[in-house]
Design a protein around this ligand. Structure first.
Ligand code: MN
Length: 306
């Protein structure tokens, strides 16, 4: 028997910040509340959303999504989803569209090369373009595909790409800033740069730190992007994050090529054994001083060099 997906429901529990996000996201589709037990209700194609009035002991409220799209709607909030349905396993959760600005970074796991953070805007037109080019996850595209596809998309994209080169990275790292703090500051700046131009876009991020921790890294920033939808593997949930991820990767590869030309070599990616071997040859040829300009010196690879 084929289960009726219309009767599928997905339930999540949301704290106050997420309640705000939820109401904000579905405001356009708001309908009259059916009872006093309901705080907010919305109906859109493929899904109805009900946020209940009752607050549990953790200060959270229950949000119930009902209809064939309930899985992907509920997934936006990054909470554990409970399904009640004739279906035994949860449905696939492909991303669904809303106007958005998403951010992602690249280079944080590579001993050589900069950190690049990108925020990109995605409206319906861009979403269609992304689908046409199959950019739904930068990890699925190899470097050659990134280099071929991204230049075709860049002229139509509204994005902000911030590059922290190795000299600067080593500088701020020596001053005591950790990787997460560095990432948070770059994500925040990139998101602000783009969301300022798109009042109705929601901010999304490939999550690398707990929400509270993320905002604590930004406590001294003059301006902070709020109301972000945080999700790990964000590139599989938000088209804007997928796009940002690809653009960041493209710029990172360009920068690596530039660096390679300067030293007449080709820098390896990652932080494994091949990278250690390469680093040794590099130091022999160019001297340890040059490492500051091409590598992240707080990585274990640097310690292994001595
Ligand atoms: Mn990421």
């Amino acid at each position: 028997m084929i289960p009726k997906t219309d009767s599928l429901t997905a339930t999540i529990r949301v704290d106050e910040a997420k309640q705000k996000q939820l109401i904000n996201l579905y405001q356009e589709d708001e309908v009259e509340k059916p009872s006093a037990y309901v705080l907010f209700m919305a109906k859109r194609k493929g899904c109805s959303i009900t946020l209940y009035e009752k607050v549990d002991k953790d200060g959270k409220r229950k949000a119930v999504f009902q209809g064939p799209d309930c899985g992907k709607e509920a997934a936006i909030f990054g909470e554990e989803i409970q399904y009640a349905s004739p279906l035994k396993r949860p449905p696939m959760v492909p991303y669904r569209f809303f106007e958005q600005v998403g951010s992602d970074e690249v280079g944080t796991g590579d001993f050589f090369g900069p950190i690049v953070v990108c925020a990109a805007y995605c409206d319906r037109k861009m979403y269609a373009l992304i689908q046409e080019y199959g950019i739904d996850d930068s990890k699925k595209l190899d470097d050659e595909a990134i280099k071929r596809i991204i230049p075709k998309i860049l002229p139509y994209a509204d994005y902000s790409c911030l590059t922290l080169d190795n000299a600067k990275y080593n500088d701020v790292q020596e001053k005591g800033m950790n990787m997460n703090q560095i990432k948070a500051k770059l994500h925040n700046r990139a998101l602000l740069n783009i969301s300022k131009r798109h009042e109705n876009a929601k901010a999304c991020q490939d999550q690398f730190a707990e929400e509270k921790l993320y905002y604590s890294y930004l406590k001294d920033e003059p301006e902070v992007q709020r109301d972000i939808f945080f999700l790990t593997k964000g590139e599989s949930h938000f088209p804007s994050v997928a796009l940002a991820s690809c653009i960041a990767r493209y710029h990172f590869l360009e920068k690596m090529e530039e660096m390679g030309k300067e030293y007449k070599t080709s820098f390896p990616l990652g932080a494994g054994e091949a990278v250690d071997a390469f680093a040794q040859r590099f130091v022999k040829k160019h001297g340890a001083e040059q490492m500051k300009k091409v590598a992240k010196l707080n990585f274990k690879n640097a310690a292994r060099l001595q």
